[in-house]
Design a protein around this ligand. Structure first.
Ligand SMILES: *Cc1c(COP(=O)(O)O)cnc(C)c1O
Length: 436
């Protein structure tokens, strides 16, 4: 697999280089030089394969011989070890549950695959890999659990004090082993600024082999294509072969992977980009003007992004052809009030509890189907997290109905370990140097 930078299409790097660099020096994003098309024979018979089989086939097509087949198969068996069921709510409405992994969010797909690929590429005798990650909640849990126990790696998670839910905090702070948590007296942006500054600090880079684990890493994007193919496979089993996907979007890595799957030949009729009031992309799709703005805090906080970091990948996939992009993607955005109404509607009508991100995707699908309904086309909205991660969002009547999955059942008995720090870089740097 060869990749180029969106800012400099003539560059060529290997998959390994792209995985460890995360972002090219020129601050573009890595994209595959060649987007392979999957064989019709495979696509037409997707329903005959399991999720790991689909994942292996898709990954091998993309990655080529950078990872030999047997090794890749092992990485996938280990990383993609849970299901992603498409559950029918009503005629032509399905919810794709992407939260059956260890951290109860779809980010498990990306984080688990990335951690294993990084560990695979680390050569014997190489310096320990130090992963720094800032989180507003879900990323940290997925990365922590993804790297937990992975040899020759260590993860440092920075999270904003008092701004993640209790379950999220427990997922970040109770791991031990090669995972450590830093509770920053500041906002998510402060956490991100500390991580960014660490990457440019000479002394830290001499002492440690630092790498980031954020959603722009190509090894997080690739595994997110798997569940789009697998969702289609599940509908083929019900004799449905026309689908639209509605994707709750923040940094646009999830929907970006869906569009990559489509470019690889997955016959998706349409994509819906569903956001909260951080509506930079829906506005762009309406007006043609891409105007990043400061993020606004909402109930669906994993999507509080004013300048989505993966957007350049999507623009690049369409070669900047805004018309082609608009034909394939429609945007919708919703307020917190509308999000709560959607949660209530879904609960009252389907006896199903959706997390706030999921509810936004459902509402967008409903609004799209209102204008574009076709009897032969199923809508699939992506459920990106289990509702138990956002307990404060639900009214008592609904919150009481949220089940507690085994992944979190024992967490509250565990001891929290986090180092409290301020938001100044000197303090963070000192912490890293003194705790090596
Ligand atoms: C990260 C996240 C999103 C947004 O996904 P992007 O790939 O950043 O668009 C949506 N929902 C949940 C629950 C998340 O954790």
């Amino acid at each position: 697999m060869k990749l180029y930078s969106t800012k400099n299409p003539a560059t060529r790097v290997s998959f390994k280089e792209a995985v460890f660099n995360s972002m090219p020096q020129d601050k573009g994003l890595y994209m595959p030089v060649n987007i392979p098309r999957l064989e019709d024979n495979f696509l037409n018979h997707l329903d005959e394969y399991t999720l790991p089989e689909i994942a292996f086939h898709v990954a091998q097509k993309l990655i080529g011989d950078d990872i030999p087949a047997d090794d890749l198969k092992e990485i996938i068996a280990d990383a993609i070890s849970f299901l992603a069921p498409a559950v029918k709510l009503e005629e032509n409405v399905f919810v794709l549950e992407l939260w059956h992994g260890p951290s109860l969010a779809f980010k498990d797909f990306g984080a688990r695959f990335m951690s294993r690929v990084m560990s695979y590429f680390l050569e014997k005798g190489e310096k320990q890999l130090d992963v720094l990650v800032a989180t507003s909640g879900d990323t940290g849990g997925a990365v922590a659990l993804g790297f937990l126990g992975v040899p020759n790696t260590r993860v440092t998670i920075l999270y904003p004090k008092g701004k993640v839910s209790d379950i999220q905090e427990l997922q970040l702070t109770t791991n031990g082993q090669n995972i450590r948590a830093v509770e920053v007296d500041g906002t998510f942006d402060d956490c991100q600024a500390l991580v960014k500054q660490a990457f440019t600090d000479k002394e830290l880079n001499e002492k440690f082999r630092l790498t980031s684990a954020n959603s722009i890493n190509i090894s997080r994007l690739i595994p997110q294509t798997f569940y789009y193919f697998n969702a289609y496979a599940q509908l083929l089993k019900r004799d449905i072969n026309k689908v639209v996907f509605s994707v709750p979007s923040g940094n646009f890595g999830n929907i970006g992977a869906g569009l990559l799957a489509w470019k690889m030949g997955l016959p998706v009729s349409h994509f819906i980009a569903a956001t909260n009031v951080n509506d930079t992309v829906p506005e762009f799709l309406k007006t043609g003007v891409y105007q990043p703005k400061p993020s606004v805090a909402t109930l669906s906080n994993a999507m509080d992004v004013g300048d989505p970091s993966n957007w350049v990948r999507i623009a690049d996939l369409f070669k900047e052809d805004a018309e082609a992009l608009k034909t394939q993607v429609t945007g919708y955005s919703y307020t917190d009030e509308q999000t709560l109404e959607a949660i209530k509607f879904i609960f009252d009508n389907y006896n199903y509890v959706a997390c706030p991100h999921t509810a936004i995707a459902w509402q967008a699908l409903r609004d799209w189907q209102q204008d574009n309904y076709k009897r032969d086309t199923a809508g699939i909205f992506l459920s990106t997290a289990h509702p138990c991660k956002f307990p404060d969002v639900f009214p008592e009547s609904i919150g009481g109905k949220v089940d507690v999955p085994e992944q979190v059942a024992g967490l509250s008995k565990k001891q929290k370990h986090a180092t409290a720090l301020g938001k100044d870089f000197a303090g963070f740097k000192d912490y890293l140097l003194k705790n090596d």
